[in-house]
Design a binder for this molecule. Structure first.
Ligand code: PHE
Ligand code: ZN
Length: 865
């Protein structure tokens, strides 16, 4: 071995097929916290029982912990009676059941990873999923160990007047020295990743909910006193979610209290800890002054998501982390349908498909592609991905479609009844669907195994003599890392054939494509029909068709499936743009006509219109090309936008003026009007009309809500007008004290189509309000920037360098958040050789850093393959 090259040890690979039942179980645990930001003492008493007949040692995971005491059945062990192995505490035990007690000390205020027990804005809080509990105490940190847990907390009463934990409050009291204590008990056995506690000076928005069996549940949303007025929407969302889960899934809440706490520093969106959800404050706080309609919808959707986890995640949890989509895919599916029921089904579906295409399709076609049920990982935190969440939700949606609502409900009823109180697998879910729904899902299971987005080629032909229509469908799944060859999938495709004369069809059919190539015949068509396919986006696939621009224009005006209508419009635009990017003079007339027609159709919901008239994103256009040319894409898209703006200028003016509201409302109608009004403003400014920036600035200044203010700011930020500078300054001065709103100031500039965005982002990285210690701020600047294709892929390579610098600087503080910035650098195969070389060089520079985290190592290594 070469002693001069101490190569960073390759992180161990964990494999799904290595699963083994635990050697020891922990039916009960009692935790005692002596809380203090500088030094917290944690005493844990575990009742452990031998699982099966074996003589293996007890292994309690630990991460950065030093045992100050280890006791077994009350007896203090000598140092020689235990040892540490890769952070874990190893003890030999003689009998089938013992009581093991440990004492450790933590320093929450220097915990910058935001995993385990940490301090955020004067609070102490925890984050345990996936493997944070081992940073709090020694414990078998795996989701198939379910324990009943009792928590006792002691803390200074003035600094931490509120003490919360999972389950129900049992007792509380004061001590003589200005400290106080509280005990909580959670009667439901749960995995330790669902453990939580919070201590701090918090105010409560208190409410209650009466469940379907008549139990009164106390609801609390806990925030800093000043934020209380911004919690009403979250509370409404919580009550709506509770009612919805009873109505739609027959699922009732099971404890006497349900608490939510908002914290400023959080690695993800929110966490479903049993009875004590902890949220990134951006998904709790909302008022018209600071939150956009998208933010309001985010609050509603995430509150629902975490609440729904109480059944899909907590009552039924995951056996191991390879089953993560069991809870996440299903829960995303549930929150998507909840949000659709609360607003517009059509618009929600379009938004969700856009999220899938922008976030998951690129993952599925890149070096980090993995199945919905992965086979291996180095660091589980890297697998909280769009594939697990959003593609996972699409899998549930396909099953729901194939089964129909009644049989799907029978399937979920069976799943919950059969697995309540258990740690289950994706296979358990599919089997419950099969049995409860009486359907064979053998081939469908491939969706859990095979990564990559399937491609379906659809060719329609018509024979005027036999009056037969034939639809030929071919499918292929591209190779992905570790999976060079794929089998044909079971793909449910909703299809309709439109008569071009009458503009109608004879009904929507569900075709099951199960072979590599398959033909479907439809009798009795006098004239060739027009194909509407993958209606409602019935399968998460890419469909290529032989439809003409004329067919697409027809569907964009007549398709009665809103998603298919939107899709026809998008395809029309993509064809023109991709043609132009390839140097052809594709005719933009059809696009402009379709937009005019959509805008002036009085039967359409304005929110739908706003979606339909929007140009495909630069990233989506890049995905349609063999090699992404960011500059050509940007130029073509800007040019088309300008033509649409200029050709329809009077219409944009009318729409923009006509939709000016008289006072603020949060109704779907008011939100739809704002969405369309902002789209009109965008095209009006894009038209190049001399008064465009002034109109945008006027909207910016006079708006009584953040939706219109931020849209105007975003529009101005794209240009080089004097109004741009003025609006950004005003925005900063107005909101610099409010972190969540200041994030928008960073994000708007990082997203901007402005020639100097790269340099501006570099400057913003040195701004006095920028900090690496707050994940929201990091995402607002660098996360947004790396999603700005044109700017990030600046041919100088400077964009890559900025993001790599950030990853390197952040890795020592917060590896999880650092690792999530890596994937955009891994897209190098899709770009020209110069850009590819620059991106690879940055990945290598990252990997050369000494002491690099497992999180970033895994992502950067895989990204270089
Ligand atoms: N389980 C959380 C959710 O999706 C996400 C999360 C994962 C939060 C890991 C924190 C840490 O609801
Ligand atoms: Zn979740």
């Amino acid at each position: 071995m070469d002693m001069h090259a101490p190569a960073a040890a390759a992180p161990a690979i964990i494999r799904r097929t290595d699963y083994r039942a635990p050697d020891w179980l922990v039916p009960d645990v009692a935790l005692h916290f002596d809380l203090d930001p500088a030094l917290t003492k944690v005493r844990a008493r575990l009742s452990v029982t031998r699982n099966g007949d074996h003589d293996r040692l007890l292994r309690l995971d630990g991460d950065g912990l030093v045992p100050l005491e280890v006791k077994v059945d009350g007896r203090l062990l000598a140092q020689s009676e235990w040892h540490l192995e890769a952070g874990a505490l190893i003890i030999a035990l003689a009998d089938v059941a013992h009581e093991v007690e440990t004492l450790v000390e933590l320093a929450p205020k220097s915990n910058s990873k935001l995993m385990g027990l940490y301090a955020s804005g004067g609070l102490l809080c925890t984050q345990c999923e996936a493997e944070g509990f081992r940073r709090i105490t020694f414990f078998p940190d795996r989701p198939d160990i379910l324990s009943r847990c009792r928590v006792h907390m002691v803390a200074d009463k003035a600094r931490f007047p509120i003490l919360l934990a999972n389950g129900d409050p049992i007792e509380q009291g004061d001590e003589a020295d200005g400290r106080h204590w509280a005990t909580w008990n959670d009667p439901y056995p749960k995995p330790c990743y669902l453990f939580a506690l919070v201590a701090g000076d918090l105010a409560c928005n208190a409410d209650h909910f009466v469940t379907m069996s008549g139990r009164d549940v106390q609801l609390g949303i806990w925030v800093k006193e000043a934020d209380l007025p911004r919690t009403a929407h979250a509370m409404q969302a919580l009550k709506d979610s509770m009612a919805w889960d009873e109505r739609v899934y027959g699922r009732e809440y099971d404890l006497d209290v349900f608490n939510i706490v908002a914290v400023a520093d959080f690695n993800f969106g929110a966490m479903e800890n049993k009875g004590l959800n902890i949220f990134n404050s951006r998904y709790i706080l909302a008022d018209p002054e600071t939150a956009t309609d998208i933010d309001y919808d985010g609050v509603e959707g995430v509150v629902a998501h975490e609440y729904f986890h109480n059944w899909s995640g907590n009552r039924v949890t995951c056996r191991d982390w390879f089953q993560l989509s069991l809870k996440e895919g299903f829960t995303v599916f549930r929150d998507q349908n909840f949000s659709a029921d609360m607003g517009s089904h059509a618009v929600k579906r379009i938004e969700d498909v856009r999220i899938l295409r922008d976030g998951q399709f690129p993952e599925d076609s890149g070096p980090l592609a993995h199945p919905v049920r992965p086979e291996s990982y180095m660091e589980i935190s890297n697998f909280y991905t769009a594939t697990i969440y959003n593609k996972g939700a699409e899998l549930i949606r396909m099953m729901a479609l194939m089964l129909g609502p009644e049989r799907f409900r029978a399937g979920t009823d069976l799943y919950f009844a059969r697995h309540d109180g258990q740690a289950a697998t994706c296979e358990d879910f599919v089997r419950a669907m099969e049995e409860g729904g009486e359907i064979d899902l053998s081939q469908f299971r491939l969706w859990y195994e095979q990564a990559g987005t399937p491609r379906v080629r659809a060719l329609l032909s018509h024979d005027p003599v036999t009056r037969q229509v034939e639809l030929t469908l071919e499918q292929s799944v591209p190779p992905t890392p570790g999976q060079p060859e794929k089998q044909p999938m079971a793909i449910p495709l909703r299809v309709a054939l439109f008569d071009p004369e009458s503009g109608t069809h004879h009904g929507d059919e569900l075709l099951m494509l199960t072979q590599a190539e398959q033909r479907f015949s439809f009798p009795d068509f006098a004239t060739a029909p027009i194909l509407s396919i993958n209606r409602g986006f019935s399968a998460p696939v890419i469909v290529d068709t032989n439809r003409s621009q004329g067919d697409l224009a027809f569907l964009s005006a007549h398709d009665d499936d809103p998603f298919a209508r939107y899709e026809a419009m998008q395809q029309l635009m993509v064809n023109v743009l991709v043609g132009r990017i390839g140097g052809q003079t594709a005719d933009e007339g059809a696009v402009i006509d379709a937009i005019r027609q959509t805008l002036t159709d009085p039967t359409l919901d304005p929110a739908f219109v706003a979606e339909a008239i929007r140009l495909p994103s630069e990233a989506y256009l890049g995905d349609q090309m063999r090699q992404v040319d960011p500059d050509a894409i940007h130029a073509a898209r800007e040019a088309l936008q300008r033509s649409i703006g200029a050709e329809l200028e009077p219409l944009w003016r009318d729409v923009h003026a006509g939709l000016k509201a008289n006072g603020f409302a949060l109704s779907p109608a008011a939100k739809g009007a704002r969405k369309l009004r902002n789209a009109a403003l965008h095209y009006l400014v894009a038209s190049g009309a001399a008064d465009g920036p002034a109109i945008a600035f006027d909207q910016f200044s006079s708006a009584d809500n953040m939706t219109e203010r931020q849209a105007a700011l975003g529009t101005l930020a794209n240009g080089v007008s004097p109004e741009r500078v003025a609006a950004l300054d005003i925005f900063y001065n107005r909101y610099s004290a409010d972190a969540l709103t200041l994030d928008k100031w960073f994000q708007t500039q990082a997203f901007a189509f402005h020639p100097d965005t790269v340099d501006l982002v570099e400057e913003l990285g040195r701004h006095k309000d920028f900090t690496l210690s707050n994940p929201n701020r990091v995402r607002a600047l660098y996360g947004a920037f790396s999603g700005n294709q044109w700017a990030f892929h600046h041919r100088s390579g400077k964009g890559y360098r900025l993001v790599a610098d950030c990853i390197i600087a952040l890795d020592g503080l917060n590896p999880q958040t650092a690792a999530r910035l890596v994937p955009p650098l891994g897209r190098w195969k899709r770009f020209d050789t110069e850009r590819a070389a620059l991106m690879q060089a940055e990945l290598r520079r990252i990997l050369a850093q000494p002491g690099l985290s497992k999180d970033v190592t895994e992502q950067a290594r895989k990204s270089l393959d």
